[in-house]
Design a protein around this ligand. Sequence first.
Ligand SMILES: [Mg+2]
Length: 223
Amino acid sequence: MTTPLRPAGVSLDIWGTLLGSDPAFKPARNQMVRDALAPTVATDAFDAAMRQADRDVDDQVVVDGVDVGFAGRIEATLRRLGMTEVSVETRAPELMARQEALALAHPPVPLAAELPEAVAAVPVPVVLTSNTGMLPGELMRKLLALAGFGGLPGVFSNEVGVAKPRPEIFAEARAVLDVPAEQVLHVGDNPVADVQGAQAAGMVAALVRPDGVSTLEVLRGVR
Ligand SMILES: [Mg+2]
């Protein structure tokens, strides 16, 4: 039995709360980057370096709230491989376009099939508040539409310039909802970025497991 929640607005994390990656996407994207920038590195080694760099950056983001996007995460990967002489910045637009094609071919999927319907049924304004990582907001809007979450306003770290848990991104979400912070329920799967961050911004926070089921339970409890 879920306790009914009566927020005036709901802010939702995306990754691990609403969506998961298509398992084919990251290997294909990582191979594309390898082929372009590090063709002498074995595919498996490059893939492993990219995944580890992504995790390391995510760990740092929840400490300092500094957003690190596509180019920065590839640079972190190349640093891990000792390839500091390779310039990412000049190649980034072309690689981003190729990443977009791969993401649209392998779009993320709702963590539970009923989630799009449950989000649409929330009886108060909803905003998506997301740390974007390698997939910027511009692309996320297209992917969200493909996954059944089209039309919802999004506050994306690469567009705000800082990431959760920094209060600025929650302030932006609150402004989109146009309700007082203390009447906003933020739902997310990261105890620091989502729960501590939202609470520090004056919101109520709900921590979910990254399985979609507990997100459904929280959403269905909003009355
Ligand atoms: Mg998340």
